[in-house]
Design a protein around this ligand. Structure first.
Ligand code: MG
Length: 260
């Protein structure tokens, strides 16, 4: 399969997907640079946590992923390989492994969250520039995650940005129903009376931006910095219809700094 090249702002993207052409067209309509005027009405800033507030290559999720496999393996007395297959099956069918385990095995979600998030946060370092960029944004800022508050606090704390947020909406607040379920966005928006016409959402999973866009929010997709190898993964995660993505960036700090 031959790799095609796509010039996208300052990023050179290469990929070898058969869906190259349609994504090429979609990407060409997606802006990679922001201007203050684009976001001048925004007063509600909603951020996903993992792979959004810290870059994809930090790969904190790899540790969580391993912990979840171990949890399934222990719970169901399965070999690691089989446990991993089931974990991924539940993730695909239910949006999170947790939701699948709750539905099919009636597990205690708090026990699962505790064990899944028992990770080493030392890969994260304080990001004063990111903290300053978030602080400079006018209005309220939220973390909206499919993880737990404890994990969000540990992560944002290690990044030195925790104090910049008004609240964290987690999977417990969502009654364990993960994004991209519409009901979960409704819960978050109504709890905080978010004015979606003045809101922006930052996410690394394209599917989690569909509902925000439909609600009238501006949408920003975070992509990995090492696009040469990671972009195929991203294409695979998109459905081919990417018009719910307004902006794409591989550098959250630079993107936010350009807004004010
Ligand atoms: Mg994420």
């Amino acid at each position: 399969m031959s790799a095609k090249k796509l010039k996208c702002g300052s990023m050179n993207i290469s990929f070898s997907s058969g869906e190259a052409a349609c994504h090429n067209a979609a990407m060409s309509q997606t802006k990679t640079l922001s201007e203050p005027s684009d976001f001048s009405d925004i007063r509600e800033w909603v951020f996903d946590l993992d792979n959004t507030l810290y870059p994809h290559h930090v790969d904190l999720f790899a540790q969580i992923d391993r912990n979840m496999t171990a949890y399934v393996s222990t719970l169901l007395q399965m070999e690691r390989e089989d446990a991993r297959k089931l974990q991924k099956q539940y993730y695909l069918e239910h949006g999170t492994t947790l939701q699948g385990l709750m539905i099919h095995h009636g597990i205690d979600p708090n026990d699962f969250l505790e064990k899944a998030h028992a990770i080493d946060y030392s890969a994260l370092t304080p990001q004063p520039e990111l903290a300053a960029a978030i602080k400079a944004l006018p209005g309220r800022k939220f973390i909206f995650t499919n993880g737990s508050v404890k994990h969000a606090e540990a992560t944002a704390g290690a990044l030195g940005i925790l104090d910049n947020f008004d609240d964290i909406f987690d999977i417990v607040a969502a009654d364990y129903v993960p994004k991209p379920a519409g009901s979960t966005y409704d819960k978050f928006m109504s709890l905080h009376r978010v004015d979606t016409g003045k809101a922006a959402m930052f996410e690394d999973l394209p599917r989690n931006l569909t509902v925000p866009k439909a609600l009238g929010m501006k949408t920003v997709l975070l992509v990995p910095q090492n696009l040469e190898t990671a972009i195929v993964e991203w294409w695979e995660r998109t459905t081919g219809e990417d018009d719910h993505i307004d902006y794409v960036t591989d550098d959250l700090t630079t993107f936010l700094k350009a807004l004010v």
